[in-house]
Design a protein around this ligand. Structure first.
Ligand code: FAD
Length: 441
């Protein structure tokens, strides 16, 4: 049976689930489709749970500051514990190179309201007891950053989305084709909401004389930006808006649009829907629990043979959770753990914090960053396929970006985009040059 919605959201992961929560709260009838059996079972559950707003560019800072508000107030707002731990992020410095780099970010980080400072070695050692003081020059510390459990938040956001009464999740269903040419089956039932004069492509609301964005809910939907039918291995779904939140599979999803390979026919014009998202594998690990002795996320930016930075923290149960950035990157979908990871990361962690010695590692895993060429996400409407919205390429930060990005998507779909949102969407546009590289990616 064909099912009709306002929005079809592909992917119930770090981005998809909080986005569904936001759309549902705004009254948008949403179908979330995922091939996995439950929420957050793609890359979401591979994240180690780090949440920071201390980035080097405004888009990520803005989105993550909002995410932190959501994560950090979740328990007092909704009652369930997502294991939010406000331990801050500490970047210890042992070389002038990192000192200069980290100090160069401070003006922009402060401009956007982040609480962050360069601190001396004594303070570093206070926050991270047992850190190697040999050559320690100081570091940056941002006390409001923290961590939470990706497994628990996946379920918490899912329940909240369902409670809105506007979101249906379809698990164990693989999207096979996205037909942008017209609706399949019965014609779509659109939500009865007010119609406005949004910009057709971006879905933004019109400004009134004061420059404020006028609220024009469900604009993109009312204007029937697109007429999609999404075909899965089980069913067909119709909607005027389709959101790609497929993470590392977004490139593959792009080739499914109009089901004839990478070339898409839009009003007689052939365009390529090649979404620049590449799976880049990273491994993580967790130790047995030990008496809590630090709670900050420690990020060591120094490179070493075979790896770039690595980062770890101790969660509220006492487990130390860690991962590393391989160098060169390991591209592809292979998620089998390697024999290289543990010796590589353990020796670096022990060098930084010798007292970690003898703590036993319980488990390692390998997952995929949905990487873009410049290390920044992709968020925005497709210019050539009206109604197709990309929310992908979150790289190593999809978990922390998810809730903030989810709310922005809610405003994009309902025509309530703010000027601050536009800073984010301009920076994360699919149509940018992809030339640079985000420094703290
Ligand atoms: C070791 C490691 C540590 C990490 N640590 C952190 C961290 O501390 N903090 C942080 O913010 N990030 C971290 N990340 C990165 C984070 O995990 C990702 O950025 C994030 O999960 C990506 O979110 P997403 O929603 O784009 O993708 P996902 O969470 O993978 O969601 C995409 C979903 O789309 C579904 N899907 C795809 N194609 C289809 C289809 N055709 N049909 C149906 N369903 C489909 C998938 O099944 C999946 O569930 C880490 C990653 C790794 C590997």
């Amino acid at each position: 049976m064909t099912k009709n919605y306002d929005v079809i959201l592909i992917g119930a992961g770090s981005v998809g689930v909080p986005t569904a929560m936001s759309l549902g709260a705004l009254g948008v009838k949403t179908a979330v489709i995922d091939k996995m059996p439950s929420p957050g079972q793609g890359e979401n559950k591979h994240a180690i749970g780090g949440i920071r707003a201390t980035h080097s560019d405004p888009g990520k800072i803005i989105a993550c500051m909002r995410s932190i508000e959501i994560f950090s107030t979740w328990k007092e707002t909704y009652g369930d514990d997502i294991e939010w731990l406000k331990g801050g992020y500490l970047f210890p410095v042992y070389r002038e190179k990192e000192e200069q780099l980290l100090k160069s970010f401070l003006p922009i980080q402060k401009k956007y309201g982040l609480e962050i400072d360069y601190i001396d070695p004594d303070m570093v050692a206070q926050i991270a007891p047992g850190i190697n003081r040999n050559g320690l020059m100081g570091g940056t510390f941002s006390p409001n950053d923290g961590s939470a459990s990706p497994l628990i938040t996946g379920s918490a956001f899912f329940r909240k989305a369902v409670q809105t009464g506007n979101v249906d999740f379809y698990f164990k269903e693989s999207v096979k084709a996205i037909n942008s040419a017209g609706l399949a089956g019965e014609s779509a039932v659109l939500t009865e909401k007010m119609v406005g004069t949004a910009d057709k492509r971006t879905g933004t609301g019109t400004s009134d004389k004061t420059g404020e964005i006028t609220k024009e809910p469900l604009m993109a939907i009312q204007r029937r930006e697109g007429n999609f039918s999404v075909v899965t291995d089980k069913d067909i779904y119709n909607a005027p808006v389709v959101i790609d939140a497929a993470g590392p599979f977004s490139r593959e999803l792009g080739t499914m649009v109009n089901a004839d390979g990478k070339m898409v026919d839009v009003n007689g014009k052939k365009i390529s829907l090649d979404i620049p998202v590449f799976p880049d594998s990273h491994e993580g690990g967790v130790t047995e629990p030990v008496e809590p002795f630090f709670k900050t996320m420690l990020v060591d930016l120094r490179p070493a043979p075979g790896s770039k930075n690595y980062y770890f923290y101790q969660n509220g149960h006492g487990h130390i959770i860690f991962c590393i950035t391989p160098d060169p990157p390991i591209l592809g979908f292979d998620k089998r753990e390697t024999s290289v990871f543990l010796p590589q990361v353990a020796s670096r962690m022990l060098n930084l914090m010798p007292r970690l010695k003898n703590i036993r590692v319980r488990r390692v895993w390998r997952g995929l960053y949905p990487m873009t060429p410049d290390g920044s996400p992709i968020l925005g409407w497709n210019k050539d396929i009206p109604g197709l919205l990309h929310a992908t390429g979150m790289c190593g930060q999809g978990y922390m970006l998810g809730p903030g990005i989810g709310e922005i998507i809610g405003r994009m779909v309902t025509g309530q985009l703010t000027e601050t949102d536009k800073v984010v969407t301009d920076e994360f546009s699919l149509y940018r040059e992809f030339g640079g590289e985000e420094a703290l990616k």
